[in-house]
Design a binder for this molecule. Sequence first.
Ligand code: NGO
Length: 533
Amino acid sequence: MRRHHSTTPRTPRVLGCLLLLAAAGGLSLGPAPTAQAAAPTPLHRVVPAPASVTPGGTPYRITRTTRVRADGPAEVRRIGTYLAGLLRPATGYPLPVTDRGTGGIRLRLASGDFGAEGYRLTSGAGGVTLTARTPAGLFHGVQTLRQLLPASVERKTVQPGPWQIAGGTVQDRPRYAYRGAMLDVSRHFFTVAQVKRYIDQVALYKVNELHLHLSDDQGWRIAVDSWPRLASYGGSTQVGGGRGGFYTKADYREIVRYAASRYLEVVPEIDMPGHTNAALASYARLNCDGVAPPLYTGTQVGFSSLCVPKEVTYDFVDDVIRELAALTPGRYLHIGGDEAHSTSHTDYVRFMDRVQPVVARYGKTVIGWHQLTGAHPARGALAQYWGLDGTAAAEKEQVAQAARNGTGLILSPADRIYLDMKYTSATRPGTKWAGLVEVRRSYDWNPGAYLPGVPGGAVRGVEAPLWTETLATSAGLEYMAFPRLAGAAELGWSPAATHDWNAYKVRLAAQGPRWDALGIRYYRSPQVPWPAR
Ligand code: NGO
């Protein structure tokens, strides 16, 4: 890819560019409330940082007569409709979606060096064009376009504008193919509407995998026809003893459909053989002693295990995986495998040796927490690393060795991007078993060089888990996710060369007003130069 200049902002250059634009008349288009509001957002000031930015030329201004031109297959038109839907409320413009005319905002597919998710955005006086090889690329380009408009574009009532997009070109594609957000819907249940809200929030940062932690000791959240009590009984409560809940198959399909409309693949997780109290409580015969334990509403881990020697365990696993795989258009099925403290090592290995082929039989690829590397990861399996900087070298080496033998890695270091960690000791929700994780700490690490002895190609991506022992509302989720989710998404998308905390914090600060406009209550970290409200 051609690199025009790094996206690390160099203030004098940006200033120079703005002055140039001003001289070219680019900043004097129509009346504006203040001079500052009239200056379009510089092309590099988005999160994640684009791979390459070439500023220059006259900005494009969206007006009452602007059209969204989506020429191509129905999916391109659907993205055009989505974009127009984003822009209409605040602009108050009709923004018809059409496949003819010239100028305006144009979305088009074309062959080129875009990769599976990359795009090019070009902006000038005559219009803005997004070009990509795939609809996913266009969708990610739309998120960039959105961030280049004033934050008030996110509001649901008509705002003054002007709606300008700086002139120039953005050429962009992701560093990693897997950029995930995990939501634990087991410890506390979150409704379909709440999950959709989170999907929209993470899609703004080009996250493309939604990992749903669907079962744990405290709740089983997905209907399984062949084992109906898993959901009806095992899903009936949650941490603290509240009402719980579960997704019907129709609910789950709706989540999958909505996620796909935002170009996210859903990765369902059934955690096994530990973290299974909700299942064990639902069916006595799953227990080695034939006695069902009570439902659990506390927050301890490591006390439950499926009964590895019993055959019925594998009937159960087969049924659950078959039904879940049938609901899953995505490639992956996550089988957990963490903290099996009540399963002997021999049993753990036996269990994983038997269960991984079941996942393959139903056409899916295994993902497991990195403890899976202590067993025999199946060919093609991915291991999700959730250790700490300070994790024992031997444990890291076990993961690195699996990676050298072909196991792909997803990085979720707990003392970096576990979104449930408190920011400071004053943070009210959250836990701190992995330490306090301020915004800078969560951003300032390099996924490509994080684990020693891991070949570069083994790292498939980055995922930020949001565990919900202490979180029961969307406001709670958002306060812990923002701003750190944006940083994790950037680590997954942006080239290593753009990595620079001092530049990042300025781009991040610009997201604050956008979150305000979207109704996201975020943590106003003192490390970030947020504009005054
Ligand atoms: C651990 C544990 C989860 C907790 C989480 C809380 C993993 C993979 N297993 O992460 O059960 O909810 O910490 O931070």
